[in-house]
Design a protein around this ligand. Sequence first.
Ligand SMILES: Nc1nc2c(c(=O)[nH]1)N[C@H]1C(S)=C(S)[C@@H](COP(=O)(O)O)O[C@H]1N2
Ligand SMILES: [Mo]
Length: 230
Amino acid sequence: MSPLPPGQKWLGGPLPRFGLPRYVSRWADPSRVTALGVHGELVMPLAVRHERLAVLPRVALTSDFHCVTTWSVPDLRWEGWRMRDFWTTFVQEFAHPAVSHVRVSGADGFATCLPLEELLHPSALLADRLADQPLTPAHGAPLRLVLPRLYGYKNVKHLQTLELLRVPVQVGAAGRLLAHPRGRADLEERSGAGLQPLWRALYAFQLPNFLRQAQRFQSPPGVPQGEHHA
Ligand SMILES: Nc1nc2c(c(=O)[nH]1)N[C@H]1C(S)=C(S)[C@@H](COP(=O)(O)O)O[C@H]1N2
Ligand SMILES: [Mo]
């Protein structure tokens, strides 16, 4: 457990399934995600089938998780592959040298943009296991991004595509308000609009509502609550 970043509080219990209200109710079908697509600024688009990840060294990393809405959960043990190894093995030779940012999308339509440098940080994982169990649909099966330095909203679940970019893009109409271009928790980069203490207070005020809303969506439809956890 590392020191809490500014404005965060430890949440008791296991990692809840979480997301802003318009996303947490959406379920992606993990069986339909069998490859990681890479497009944008590279010689040709790629689709790396998940079986091919087996050539990369497997790693396990324990880290704390920080949601921008002010909750944190300590000591999550993720397993998978380093994003950096994925990049050097499958992408680097095809990528334009000026690539500086990546738009990352999940199979539920969630997307975010972040600097390539963060994706290549040694702590950045492509995770397929959490807490010694295969990743559940609730937490982003079959593969999710784990970027422990960055707020939860950069940790895209049901990872589907990486779009390589030379300039950052804003994702969604409320992009700059809801997302910081980088999103480091230690530096409290909550919102792209600045005024971080205000966002901290707004999120902390709304947190009980967000958690109550998310509580209704802990398991996929048809699966009794409690059968899907990690
Ligand atoms: N595809 C996808 N990824 C996502 C989200 C989402 O709604 N969809 N929510 C983000 C937010 S805001 C958080 S805090 C974490 C929550 O991860 P968890 O549900 O495993 O706790 O996932 C992030 N990644
Ligand atoms: Mo979050």
